[in-house]
Design a protein around this ligand. Structure first.
Ligand code: PLP
Length: 405
């Protein structure tokens, strides 16, 4: 059992008053808050360790390198990657997908090849593939969804063919919270010879990720949604692909030898880590990984699911409440609309009562268009949220709706 009061005490930001009310932070799918251990690690890094990594002859450079590489080891364990060099540090999910789309995608795609993405994707998992398709003459195809927001698996199987070279989908939808059956989907894509990228931005905060069990070719996530700092993330890629892929960016760190005539590249993972990396945030992220490990992702997910179920018990009593996305497999996210109120008005009015939710299209405009809506209100949960906060949120929502209707 998690001691939520004790966990909350680790998050200084949660004690704040917003608009003179206790903050209820239900915008965790956008970014989670950070525990003291992460904040202290960040300060400690700059106070005591700061130096550039790799190739330094002095003590601080060695300490910075050791701390930086420690995070790679923890990330490897977090994802259960077979090889350490399969863990590439990025600025986040977006950069990870762009790296694969530009380096792998543009190298392998030929005119009329097909790239499959799903209707549920974040713009980050659409636009990089569009760019790769535009550059190569490949065609982007879309896996449709059922009315409840689950992916249409039959349509998916029908879309797969020997023309399918890359398939990219999220593990969990950020807009609807749908959990996709990624293991089966990966197997089906690989059966036609396609390579699969999983966008794990919304899964990493809730599930134990096991890239070997999933047999994912690429798996990406951002640190800032897993109680970690912004501007940092991880790309897992199977060694056999990463070794074949050309560098994404050129610069320092990623080279073995440079001359004006010819450059040779560094070994993995450094071939894909050009320039001075985000050392401080990498070092601080180790503490986020320790935080989730200490509390246990299973316990965290169980607690969040209880909050979700409790909210879904209370919300229908709000007149005009309509859940958007009701798939059987869901996690941590409730997207909704209320009668004919505007999602943005609801968000502003909830904020006036101290409740932080996200409103809008959630970077999923094609999905919103498909659903015939402009956007939703989205409440999303993290380990530090409580049932009392769910009650405060529902009471606040009722008040807003009364004022607006
Ligand atoms: N993919 C999904 C499913 C997301 O939820 C997000 C962020 O909301 C992203 C990609 C982009 O993540 P980042 O902005 O951290 O790169």
């Amino acid at each position: 059992m998690l001691d939520i009061d004790k966990i909350r005490a680790e998050f200084p930001i949660l004690t704040q008053k917003i608009q003179k009310k206790d903050l209820v932070y239900f915008d965790n799918a956008a970014t989670s808050q950070k525990p003291k251990s992460v904040l202290s690690a960040l300060a400690h890094y700059y106070e005591a360790i700061n130096s550039n990594v790799h190739r330094g002859a002095h003590t601080l450079a060695a300490a910075a390198t050791e701390a930086f590489e420690q995070t790679r080891l923890l990330a490897q364990a977090f994802m259960n990657a077979e090889h350490l060099e399969e863990i590439i540090f990025t600025r986040g999910t977006t950069e990870g997908i762009n790296l694969v789309a530009a380096s792998y995608g543009r190298t392998v795609l030929r005119p009329k090849d097909e790239v499959l993405v799903s209707m549920l994707e974040h713009h980050s998992n659409i636009v990089p593939w569009q760019l790769a398709c535009q550059a190569t003459g490949a065609v982007l195809k879309v896996i449709p969804i059922h009315a409840d927001g689950s992916l249409d698996q039959e349509a998916y199987r029908n879309l797969l063919s020997n023309r399918t070279k890359i398939v990219a989908f999220n593990h969990v939808s950020n807009a609807l919270g749908t959990v996709n059956p990624v293991k089966d989907m990966i197997k089906e894509a690989q059966a036609v010879g396609a390579v699969v990228l999983v966008d794990g931005a919304q899964a990493a905060p809730h599930f134990r990720i096991n890239v070997q069990d999933l047999n994912a070719d690429f798996y990406v996530f951002s640190a800032h949604k897993v109680y970690g700092p912004t501007g940092f993330g991880v790309l897992y890629g199977k060694k056999k692909w990463l070794e074949q892929m050309p560098p994404y960016m050129g610069g320092g760190e990623m080279i073995k030898e440079v001359s004006f005539e010819r450059t040779t590249y560094n070994v993995l993972p450094y071939k894909f880590e050009a320039g001075t990396p985000n050392i401080a945030d990498a070092v601080a992220f180790a503490e986020s990984l320790r935080f989730v490990q200490q509390h246990g992702l299973e316990n965290i997910a169980k607690h969040e699911n209880e909050l979700h179920d409790y909210a879904m018990q209370l919300l229908p009593k709000v007149k005009g409440f309509r859940a958007i996305g009701t798939a059987a497999q869901k996690v941590g996210v409730i997207s909704f609309l209320v009668a004919n109120t505007h999602h943005f008005d609801l968000g502003m009015m909830l904020d006036a009562q101290g409740v932080a939710v996200r409103t809008g299209h959630h970077c999923t405009q094609p999905l919103m268009r498909h659903l015939g809506i402009e956007g939703t209100v989205r409440a999303s949960f993290a380990v530090y949220n409580t049932k009392r906060e769910v009650e405060v949120f529902v009471e606040a929502l009722e008040k807003c709706v009364k004022m607006l209707t």
